[in-house]
Design a protein around this ligand. Structure first.
Ligand SMILES: [Zn+2]
Length: 126
């Protein structure tokens, strides 16, 4: 007996609507079209971070810190890669292990902090 696939028929319009909503939230503009906490966040310009920005964009992770400030402003440690444009912070997603793996598999150094995930291009130097 041929059983009609009722579920795919029911879900199809909803899935299409979801996709449409998601697409309409994605602004044009390539790599800079990432979600940030607010306008104070400047995504890093160093090309070494383009992979991390692509992951953040694809996952919908919210960047809470990029390349802001200057060494000595007390926001990050003085040797922080945020100041050289080679680090970002993102808000934790519900599935942390999956989130960490998404960045780590591209070779980024991923450091879980208490309130956010820190992602940088190069290993920590002493
Ligand atoms: Zn950080």
């Amino acid at each position: 007996m041929d059983v009609p696939d009722l579920f795919s028929t029911i879900d199809a319009p909803r899935t299409a609507l979801r996709r449409q909503k998601r697409d309409s939230l994605t602004p044009p503009g390539g790599l800079l079209a990432v979600r940030t906490k607010d306008a104070s966040v400047h995504p890093p310009g160093d090309p070494v971070m383009s992979g991390a920005l692509r992951v953040a964009k694809g996952r919908g992770d919210i960047i809470t810190s990029g390349r802001e400030g200057y060494s000595g402003d007390g926001v990050h440690s003085s040797t922080s890669q945020h100041y050289t444009g080679t680090a970002i912070d993102v808000r934790y997603a519900p599935r942390r292990a999956e989130q960490i793996a998404a960045y780590a598999r591209l070779g980024y150094v991923v450091i879980p902090e208490s309130t956010h995930l820190h992602i940088q291009a190069y290993p920590v130097t002493a």
